[in-house]
Design a protein around this ligand. Sequence first.
Ligand code: ADP
Ligand code: ZN
Ligand code: ZN
Length: 723
Amino acid sequence: MPSVLRVALPVPLPTLFDYLPPASGEAVVGGRVLVPFGRGKAVGVVIEVDVPTTVGSARLKRVLKVLDETPLLDAELMQTLAWASDYWLGAPGEAYANALPLLLREDKPLPETGEPIWRLTMAGESARDAGSRRGSSRALLQALSEGPMSAAELDISIADWRAAARRLVDAGLVERDERAQTSHLDLVTSAPALHPEQEAAVAAVAKALGSFQAFLLDGVTGSGKTEVYLALIAQTLAQGKQALLLVPEIGLAPQTVRRLRERLGVPVEVLHSNLAEGERARAWLRMRSGEARVVLGTRSAVFTPLPHAGLIIVDEEHDNAYKQQEGFRYHARDLALVRARALNVPVLLGSATPSLESLANVEAGRYHGLHLRSRPSAAHPPQVQIIDMRAQRLDHGLSPALMHTIGETVARGEQVLVFRNRRGYAPVLLCYSCGWHADCPRCEHPLTLHAARRRLICHHCDYQTGVPAACPACGSTELKPQGQGTERLEEALVAQFPQMPVLRIDRETTRHRDAFETLLDNLQSDAPAILVGTQMLAKGHDLPNLTLVAIVGVDEGLLSIDFRAGERLAQLVVQVAGRAGRARKPGRVLLQTHHPDHLLLRSLLANGYGFAAKQLLAERKQAGLPPYGHQVLLRAEAHQRPVVDAFLSEARDALPDVTEWQISGPMQAPMPLRAGRHRGQLLIESATRRNLHTALRPWWMQLSQLPSARKVRWSIDVDPVDL
Ligand code: ADP
Ligand code: ZN
Ligand code: ZN
């Protein structure tokens, strides 16, 4: 038998691929190779060298080129990735591909890791047209006229400079260059004296530096969690070690980056999907070489190499953005724990509204619980009150009591946030004569009316159509919008408060890259204003003059059949409510509902998130649901329903016979039709995790060989967060 290299290639197949060693050069485990694949070539990661193969020698091909002479992925990452693809039943090649920035998945030499700097071009020098530009472009031109600046320096001095730099590079006024040595910043701001709870949290984690231990830092928004992270990262740096800080969204990053850089006085690498590919690859490589010590990133940053690992932090650990919902369906928080264990470092999860999974882990003694109960930034906790909508005459969904309080608040010169987690004008367009309503033909779900754009849009598949003048079913012109989206609330508020600025913040008004930042920056001033927005507004940005939060339309969450809906609703309400009264002024939260007696709302408002979470956990335990039970979901979709059904029932028949499993389905997905595809699923539940994985891996391999599998799109989701 010839001895071969075993390579992971970025394809959605459960297998690794065998190749003969290259004609020249030596492939190493964890290094990349270029191989012939199908009719083309592919870049893969070497998993094993010098192994026997069962592939016939006639079919074996030779590695074309060795791309790395030393491993790009170190032993720990290789081990973690093997574990991860096994645990999440992922295609191994996709797992390895996820771990590498896009640029490193190509047949190209590694980019230089010098620090990028920006400078004026000759044209930029002579044009000196800063005067003709505005906003951040102008600020950038002015700043660069005094000399080149690095990303780290620009992050601190100019908001949105990246967008401006792109524009000015396109205009030929600015160019990018590289500085060989990373610069240290001398602009270090001093840390506040920590209060006792913060001290205790820092001390507990600091004591664990150098060994694996998991912590859950539970503290309301504004209680000083970030200060705890900063203190711990500073200690990690002082030991010459590296720190990884994960955040759920890019939106949160700019402020945090600035805070980290100013405080730590070292460059902070940033890794998220909005960066240029070159920048991502460089940040990743600088961490790998140890040149860089701190990295802040979103989900996939969990794969950053940490050769001198000291500490891993996952902020807002409850956030579902950590779960990848396509391809390799890993969970970055869970992976952070696995890495911390492998690297023998502490991992700190932080949240104002911890996931039930993490709370259960604290209860079981697997995580050490830490609490921040007071809020150094606020004098009082916000006062929360329910408005019973049942007996009210509503003005576009807003009750008189709510309107009144909004009026009082802006009259005092303060800011109001009206939260509604649905964009558009109205979620349904209904015929009052015959009951017809506008549905998406591809999803059989109501289309959302977007009044300003005069469109009906499907929020599931983006199907669009014009607004009909008359009912297509009966010809009546009595077509009325039902329910409210942010656009309608904005209209109602503008009508009611014509002298007040009303700002709508949702995916529509912030489609432009930096619009969100700009909109919020404008609000930093303390002038009274009314904000209307979706969950984009639930976190981040400090708005010191925001004293009233009105939560409207959370009832869908109370009625949902998804067993996680209650947890999500509680988290959302608490996160949004946390926006009120962050400064010295007391905050107030009004929650409008048709179900004022709903148990979850009652317990949340009377006793807080921790208490409500305990109740939810008790319910989950009783029902054997996660985190007390374990789930694996097989999803399938195709243009014809019978094809989906056929595949799922064959899949069910192929399941190993394990008595303690509960199998549900094949059944329709919660959304049976989406974008013209029929969807179905098969749910496997087990009280223990152990048998689940060992038994399901061969099943998964089997599935990919089923002839019916070729006719559907299918995927397996381990620990799904969306059923
Ligand atoms: P969180 O991350 O929990 O939302 P932060 O760490 O951002 O909270 O703190 C909220 C605000 O309180 C920030 O403006 C921060 O600077 C301030 N703060 C936090 N801890 C202290 C402290 N010990 N002394 C003074 N100010 C503090
Ligand atoms: Zn009609
Ligand atoms: Zn649709």
